[in-house]
Design a protein. Structure first.
Length: 453
């Protein structure tokens, strides 16, 4: 059976390439300020049509509270079978600088053994991974579990539409096991499940010091500069070595598990020669187990066209990644308090919460993890499953864990380091797509058999 499934998955790869090309072609950025809503609507319709073609029932475009659509479908299995929920998202990050792409971002392109295009790995490839696994099983006696599929439409924006919808309709996504197809292997060819996710809080901080901008020659030196005040506030969020220092947050927690060699991280991150890494402890400590602050943007005059002025106002968008064990709401409170306390010269500070998501930690000793371990061992030619963390956030995981505390949640996917998700020239490894589709098919077989037994 295992060899037959592997052969079938391999035979389905040309179809996977063709369908991923169709899906990547939709510019489904879930921000109407940047891209027309029609790109997301077309992608959602494509997913719904694909599910109906595979025999899914109750296929629906769910209008979520943030104004986007998620796609749902249910594929019934044997009467006594467990229910498995498969998750992916069809929305993507903006392509950033399109001129920096070596091929058009919304045109899937084969190059150097990889498939390039925005969303190829994150996470339209995850949609294709699910479809391929289910098709392979259907050719070998049918899908052995009841399968629910949910494909989100606003994951990259963090606006929480699907989370709120699930809370309002708690029966919809109920399952015995949940496979989140939005993570990735630690390395190409190294089968990996993600056991922890950092949470996130996102703040917009505004600083005001003057009624209006002033001539820097006439007033500079005494007039309080809002931009200078903001710079001091933001600088207070890091120690001399670059470690995040938010008053009240523990900066020294440690990661126990897979190691991340510094030389590998430097290569993965594209750190320039001679530039040091920031922070202390191991790389895994820094990116998986500790808080991390990032200034995502600053509103201030651009260099071109700047005038000789003392700035009356300035604004920044600040992200704080929150490790497992820390409540995101408390981290938000601490970050807000830190920024307000750090404001110099009595500057007026306003802090607005823009987004928030709780961290996540999985139970890796559960039956579903044992089934995934066995599936990965076969799909990856005897290699044992590794367990890693992930610095990013998937707030839906905590919503699902809260709604379905008995469900086992697993995170796998195609976003290994070479995929360069969220950056220019995002790509997916076709070998990873094949092996992970096979992994998922084997997992469904093994898990369903174990639950029946």
């Amino acid at each position: 059976m295992e060899q037959d499934l592997a052969a079938t998955v391999a035979a389905l790869q040309p179809r996977a390439l063709a369908e991923l090309a169709e899906l990547v072609a939709f510019p489904s950025v879930a921000d109407p300020a940047q891209f027309p809503r029609s790109g997301c609507e077309a992608a959602a319709q494509w997913v719904a049509t694909a599910l109906r073609a595979e025999g899914f029932q109750d296929v629906a475009l769910l209008d979520t509270p943030d104004g986007t659509q998620s796609v749902y479908g249910f594929l019934p299995g044997p009467a006594d079978a467990p229910t498995v929920l498969l998750y992916a998202h069809y929305d993507v990050q903006p392509p950033l600088d399109e001129d920096a792409w070596l091929s058009p971002p919304f045109e899937l392109t084969e190059r150097d053994g990889r498939w390039y295009g925005r969303g190829a790995a994150d996470c339209k490839g995850g949609v294709i991974m699910h479809l391929t696994a289910l098709r392979a099983l259907k050719e070998h006696g049918g899908v052995p579990a009841n399968v629910k599929v949910i494909v989100e439409g606003s994951e990259e924006q963090g606006t929480g539409g699907l989370e709120r919808y699930a809370e309002a309709h708690p029966e919809l996504l109920a399952a015995d096991a949940i496979v989140i197809g939005d993570a990735g292997n630690f390395r190409v060819g190294l089968p990996t499940v993600t056991a922890t996710l950092r949470g996130m809080t996102l703040l917009r901080v505004s600083v005001d010091t003057l009624e209006g901008n002033l001539h820097s020659g006439q007033f500079g030196g005494a007039a309080p500069d809002a931009l200078a005040a903001l710079i001091r506030m933001l600088d207070s969020l890091r120690a001399e070595d670059g470690s995040t220092t938010v008053d009240g947050l523990d900066p020294d927690t440690a990661w126990e598990g897979l190691r991340y060699p510094e030389e590998d991280f430097r290569k993965d991150a594209g750190v320039l020669d001679g530039v040091e890494l920031i922070g202390s402890g191991t790389v895994a400590d820094r990116i998986w187990a500790r808080p991390s602050v990032t200034v995502l943007g600053i509103d201030c005059p651009p260099v071109i066209g700047a005038t000789a002025s003392v700035q009356a106002s300035a604004r920044a968008l600040v992200s704080l990644r929150v490790p497992p064990g820390v409540d995101a709401a408390e981290a938000n409170r601490l970050l807000s308090a830190h920024l307000e306390a750090a404001a110099p010269w009595g500057a007026r500070v306003a802090v607005e919460q823009v987004g928030q998501g709780q961290p996540f930690r999985a139970d890796t000793g559960s039956p579903a993890y044992e089934a995934m371990r066995a599936a990965m061992r076969v799909a990856y030619d005897g290699q044992e499953m590794a367990t890693a963390g992930q610095g990013g956030s998937i707030p839906l995981c905590n919503t699902l864990a809260s709604l379905y505390p008995e469900a086992e949640i697993l995170l796998i996917g195609l976003s290994e380091p070479e995929a360069q998700i969220h950056a220019v020239n995002e790509s997916v490894s076709p070998e990873e797509l094949e092996k992970l589709a096979l992994t998922e098919a084997l997992f469904l077989e093994t898990y369903a058999t174990g639950k029946k037994g």
